[in-house]
Design a protein around this ligand. Structure first.
Ligand code: ZN
Length: 374
């Protein structure tokens, strides 16, 4: 399972001479035939080999050849495509380093060679698909499902008994009253179960679905800390299957996520504009990173620039290789994508990384920015 600590461990690895990273979309909906995945991998592998050759460094080329062979062998063993939609592979043959991450969400094909594993897409995936609990409620029933990285599983199902209709003979209107009281008891019990499920699963947020009166009833009885995490309402029947729930969650997560990322970008632009702990552009970001000041790295999806890194002190520079490291004087080496390296460095340093849609960090921001730690 993909977790923040797994990504942090990956980001903390430094390759020698370099780490090859491959992202492969193995989603059966995009690539129904396995051979399509293999063809896509071959294409990415060629890209890696070509990039290594361009550097004219024989040991790098040898290492990347070994990386590609190891990745190919791993893929040949097969992937359970019932559960896995995306695969991320990281290798440094010279160090006998190999990591494979299988995730239940699709990942865009991508490949690169650098000093560190390219973790940006995993970070974006973890950040964008939060852990949610879904409560489906009506006047008698409650179902709680858990959604993580697009995978939905049932946590609990509970049903309270129908109130007995014999009560109607006693007094006109008493059945309705009794029914309303029974529903209220059910909502209180349901709220307790949702609270317990939240304690067990520690979700980022709660989503609710059901008829208006049931949603209102459940919400009324939720303790304030749980009620505060209710992020939205889904339109689903209480009998909805996992696939239906997953699709509904996707829709709302996208909206919640877009709003959250937009707010971070807005904060970045405001703080950069006021010179109040916000910096824009790769040069300034690398500077803040070297100083250990990055609290949140904000990067546009797909943004990358070539640069150089220092094999001695690890400093990253946006300029081309050649010449001494301005920090320690060691000879700089070329780095295909200094942004990928900055993302890994930030993750390893426990900073948050927010990947936003390419259009959102416009030309003024230079594709990347950072909020400094307070
Ligand atoms: Zn240096």
């Amino acid at each position: 399972m993909l977790t923040a600590s797994r990504v942090r461990d990956l980001a903390a690895h430094t390759g020698d001479p370099a780490v090859a990273s491959v992202y492969l979309d193995v989603d059966g909906r995009h690539r129904p035939v396995w051979a399509d995945c293999v063809t896509a991998f071959d294409h990415l592998a060629d890209q890696l080999v070509r990039r290594a050759a361009q550097r004219g460094d024989l040991s790098l080329s040898r290492s990347v050849d070994g990386d590609v062979a190891r990745m190919r062998a791993w893929l040949q063993a097969g992937v359970d495509r019932e559960r896995t939609r995306g695969v991320a592979l990281f290798a440094c043959a010279e160090q006998d380093y190999f990591e494979a991450v299988e995730v239940p969400a699709p990942l865009r094909d991508d490949a690169g060679v650098g000093a560190v594993p390219r973790v940006g897409p995993l970070v974006a995936l973890l950040d964008g698909r939060r852990r949610a609990l879904v409560a489906l409620v009506d006047r008698r029933r409650l179902r709680v499902l858990r959604s993580e990285l697009g995978e939905v599983s049932e946590v609990l199902a509970a049903e309270d008994p129908e109130p007995r209709a014999v009560d109607t003979s006693v007094e006109v209107g008493s059945f309705e009253r009794h029914d309303g009281e029974a529903a209220e008891v059910h909502y209180r019990r349901a709220a307790g179960l949702v609270e317990q499920a939240c304690r067990d699963a520690a979700p980022d947020h709660v989503l609710v679905a059901g008829p208006d009166d049931a949603v209102a009833g459940l919400t009324r009885h939720l303790p304030p800390p749980v009620a505060a995490t209710v992020a939205g309402r889904l339109h689903l029947a209480t009998t909805a299957g996992p696939a239906e729930v997953a699709a509904a969650v996707d829709g709302i997560e996208d909206a919640v996520d877009r709003a959250r990322r937009a707010a971070v970008v807005e904060q970045l632009m405001a703080r950069a504009g006021a010179d109040d702990g916000g910096v824009l552009g790769i040069e300034h970001v690398l500077h803040a990173l070297a100083a250990g000041k990055v609290g949140t790295l904000v990067v546009a999806d797909g943004f990358g620039v070539a640069g150089s890194s220092c094999p001695s002190c690890g400093a990253l520079h946006a300029g081309a290789a050649g010449g001494p490291c301005p920090v320690c004087g060691a000879e700089l080496v070329a780095c295909d994508d200094v942004v990928a390296a900055a993302v890994a460095r930030s993750v390893a340093a426990n900073a948050s990384v927010v990947v936003c849609p390419a259009g959102e960090l416009d030309a003024a921001a230079g594709g990347i920015g950072a909020l400094e730690r307070w």
